[in-house]
Design a protein around this ligand. Structure first.
Ligand SMILES: [Zn+2]
Length: 287
C-alpha cells in the first residue's frame, strides 16, 4: 500500500518518475537453446508412470533427467503447488524468487525453473502448456505464478487463529516425509516456495496487492516439463481448489491432479546434456 504521508513531492518528482524501466536481467540467452530438439523428443515418448494426487493432499514422485512430466487437470478446476529438488541432494531446490526475477511473475513455454544458490542451473524447462492462450487478462493476471509462496498453517494461524492441517505446505511436507522416511518436521525444512501450477494471480492495479481469481484450467488441460536433472518432486492439490474464493480450509471444492512421466525415444536427445551447476568460485571476495 502506498504510504499516506504528508511528505510533499520534490519539484522534480515528475522527472524522477519518468525514468525508463530497464529489465533487470536480460534473459534472452537463457531461454531454451534448442526448443526444436525437445519438441522433436516429445513427439515420440512413452508414458512410464503416473501418480494421482488426491484433493487436499500431495504426492512425491521422481523424474529421471532427460524425461518429461505433465501435471494434468482431472475432474475439475484445481490448482497445484509444485516443489522440485535435486534427487541426489535436497539442498538444491527450486528457486522461485530467482525464476521470477529472470523470467516473469508467471512462467510459460520455454522458461526454465532455476535451482537455489550456489547451484543456479535449470532444473526443468516448460515444454508445453494448454493454457498458453490465456496470456494476461484485463486484471493483469496470468497463469502458473512464481509470486505466491504456498498456503501454510502458520499464516493461517496468524490470520485466523485456528489450525488447518491440509495447507499445501503441510501436504508437501507429508509427501516428502513419506517418500524419504524423514520425519514430517525434518521434511518440512525442505519445503520451499512453489510454482503455483494453473493458479491465476496478479497484483491489484491500485495497491499492488497479491490477488487470485478462479483458475481457467479445465479437465484435460496440462503443463509439461522437461527434467534437466534427476528430480524429486512433490505436488499438492491445493485446498483452495480453483482458488477463486479462499484456501486453508475445507470450504472450496477440490479435485485430484494427475502426474504423468514420459520417456523419450532413445537417441532423440543424443545432443542434449544435463546442465552443470554454476561455476562461480564461491570465494565471495576472500582468498
Ligand atoms: Zn495451497
Amino acid at each position: 500500500m502506498p504510504p499516506t504521508t504528508d511528505v510533499s513531492p520534490p519539484s522534480d518528482a515528475a522527472q524522477r518518475r519518468a525514468k525508463p524501466p530497464v529489465v533487470v536481467y536480460p534473459v534472452e540467452t537463457l531461454r531454451l537453446r534448442d526448443m526444436g530438439m525437445l519438441n522433436a523428443a516429445r513427439e515420440n515418448m512413452a508414458r512410464i508412470d503416473e501418480i494421482i494426487v488426491p484433493a487436499r493432499d500431495a504426492r512425491a514422485f521422481r523424474v529421471p533427467k532427460g524425461h518429461f512430466f505433465r501435471v494434468i487437470s482431472l475432474e475439475g478446476s484445481q490448482v497445484g503447488d509444485l516443489n522440485l529438488w535435486n534427487a541426489q541432494d535436497l539442498s538444491e531446490q527450486f528457486f522461485s524468487g530467482k525464476t521470477r526475477a529472470l523470467h516473469a511473475t508467471h512462467v510459460n513455454v520455454g522458461d526454465r525453473l532455476w535451482s537455489s544458490l550456489p547451484n543456479l542451473r535449470p532444473m526443468a524447462t516448460i515444454t508445453h502448456d494448454t493454457l498458453a492462450w490465456y496470456g494476461w487478462d484485463d486484471d493483469g493476471a496470468g497463469i502458473h505464478d512464481v509470486i505466491g509462496t504456498r498456503c501454510d498453517p502458520y499464516t493461517n494461524r496468524l490470520l485466523k487463529g485456528d489450525d488447518y492441517h491440509h495447507c499445501c505446505h503441510s501436504n508437501l511436507a507429508r509427501a516428502l516425509a513419506a517418500e524419504t522416511g524423514m520425519t514430517v518436521q525434518d521434511a518440512e525444512s525442505h519445503v520451499h516456495d512453489v510454482l503455483n501450477v494453473f493458479m491465476c494471480t496478479g497484483f491489484t492495479k491500485d495497491t499492488h496487492r497479491y490477488f487470485m481469481k478462479a483458475s481457467p484450467v479445465r479437465p484435460g488441460d496440462f503443463i509439461e516439463f522437461f527434467a534437466e536433472i534427476d528430480l524429486l518432486a512433490a505436488l499438492s492439490a491445493c485446498p483452495g481448489g480453483d482458488c477463486g474464493t479462499g484456501h486453508s480450509s475445507d470450504e472450496a471444492k477440490c479435485y485430484p491432479l494427475l502426474v504423468q512421466i514420459f520417456q523419450p525415444d532413445a537417441g532423440s536427445l543424443s545432443d542434449w546434456r544435463s546442465p552443470d551447476k554454476s561455476t562461480y568460485s564461491r570465494a565471495h571476495g576472500l582468498s
